[in-house]
Write a protein that binds this ligand. Structure first.
Ligand code: NAG
Ligand code: NAG
Ligand code: NAG
Ligand code: NAG
Ligand code: NAG
Ligand code: NAG
Length: 239
C-alpha cells in the first residue's frame, strides 16, 4: 500500500540579504529519506535533489555554489541570500517505507538595518560650557532615530525628520560635565542598530559671557533659544 501525507501549509520564512537561511523540509526525524527534491516556480524547476544516493545542488544557475542539502533531514540551506531568492520553495520527500511528504515555504529576504552615522554640525564653547549640535542620518527609509547621551545630566533637545531619516540633537555640555558622548539608534519594528559613539571636542570659542545659565529640564527649548541669543549679543560686544 502507498501512503500520502499532504501538507497544505505554506510556511513563511524570512532571511537577511547576504546571510544564510535553512529551509526545513518538515520531514519526521524518524524518517530515512531516499528521495529529496527541492524545486521552484510553477513548472517545478529543480534546484537541489537527492536520488539514488546522489546529492546534487547544481541544477539552476541562480543558486550555483550557494546550496547545501542535508540528506538526513532534507533541509536546504541557501547561502549569501540574494533579493531574487525571495520566492516560493517546494520540497518533495520519499522515505524507505514508501511514504511521501510535500512542503511549501515562502521566503522573504530583508535588508538588515544599516548603521546610522553622526555628523557634527557645530560646537561652540562659551564660558560655562559648550553648545553642540549633531545630526544623525540613516540610509534606510522609514526608520525611527533616537539618541542616547552620556552623561545623562547633559541638557538636550531633539528633533527628528522621519521623511529623510535624519534627526538633530542640540546639547549643552556644562564645564562641570566636561564631555558628552552621543550615540544614535536606528530602529524599525523589532530591529535596532546603534551608530558609533562620538565624543566631540568643543571647537570654536566665543568671547563674552553668558548672561544667565539657569537651565532647567522642563524649559529646555526656551532656555536654549535664549542661550543662543545671548551668544549673538556678546559677539557684537567683542568688536
Ligand atoms: C520554468 O519557469 C521559469 C520561470 O518562469 C523559466 O525561467 C524556466 O525556463 C522554466 N523551465 C522550463 C523547463 O520550462
Ligand atoms: C543534518 O540534519 C541532522 C538532523 O537534523 C543533523 O543532526 C545533522 O547535524 C545535519 N548535518 C549537517 C551537516 O548539518
Ligand atoms: C528625544 O525626544 C523624545 C520626544 O520628544 C523624548 O522622549 C526623548 O527623551 C528625547 N531624547 C533625548 C536624548 O533627549
Ligand atoms: C560612549 O558611549 C558608548 C556606549 O555607551 C561607550 O561604549 C563608549 O565607551 C563611550 N565613550 C566614552 C569616551 O565615554
Ligand atoms: C516609530 O515609532 C513610533 C512611535 O513609537 C511607532 O508607532 C512606529 O511604529 C515606529 N516605526 C518603526 C518603523 O519602527
Ligand atoms: C536671561 O537673560 C535674558 C537677557 O538679559 C533675560 O531677558 C532673561 O529673562 C533671562 N532669563 C532668566 C531665566 O533669567
Amino acid at each position: 500500500c502507498k501512503c500520502y501525507i499532504l501538507s497544505l501549509l505554506l510556511d513563511l520564512f524570512s532571511g537577511y540579504l547576504g546571510e544564510d537561511i535553512t529551509l526545513p523540509s518538515g520531514a519526521d526525524p524518524s524518517w530515512s529519506l531516499i528521495k529529496i527534491v527541492w524545486s521552484i516556480f510553477t513548472n517545478n524547476t529543480w534546484i537541489a535533489t537527492y536520488r539514488n544516493g546522489i546529492s546534487t545542488t547544481e541544477h539552476f544557475p541562480q543558486y550555483s555554489g550557494r546550496l547545501t542539502l542535508n540528506t538526513t533531514s532534507g533541509d536546504l540551506t541557501i547561502h549569501s541570500l540574494k533579493e531574487n531568492d525571495a520566492i516560493e520553495y517546494t520540497v518533495d520527500l520519499l522515505n524507505t517505507d514508501d511514504e511521501e511528504k510535500g512542503n511549501k515555504i515562502k521566503l522573504t529576504v530583508k535588508q538588515k538595518l544599516q548603521q546610522p552615522s553622526i555628523k557634527m554640525v557645530t560646537s561652540t564653547s562659551v564660558e560655562s560650557g559648550c553648545l553642540m549640535v549633531v545630526t544623525c542620518s540613516s540610509l534606510d527609509k522609514g526608520v525611527n532615530l533616537s539618541w542616547s547621551v552620556e552623561p545623562v545630566s547633559v541638557l538636550t533637545i531633539n528633533k527628528s525628520n522621519p521623511s529623510d531619516s535624519s534627526a538633530q540633537l542640540f546639547a549643552f555640555v556644562s564645564t562641570r560635565e566636561s564631555f558628552a558622548n552621543f550615540t544614535c539608534i536606528s530602529s524599525r519594528d523589532t530591529e535596532s542598530v546603534s551608530s558609533k559613539p562620538v565624543t566631540p571636542k568643543c571647537e570654536s570659542k566665543i568671547c563674552g559671557k553668558l548672561l544667565n545659565v539657569t537651565l532647567s529640564l522642563t524649559y529646555k527649548r526656551k532656555i536654549l533659544f535664549s542661550f543662543l541669543l545671548c551668544v549673538q549679543s556678546s559677539r557684537e560686544q567683542c568688536k
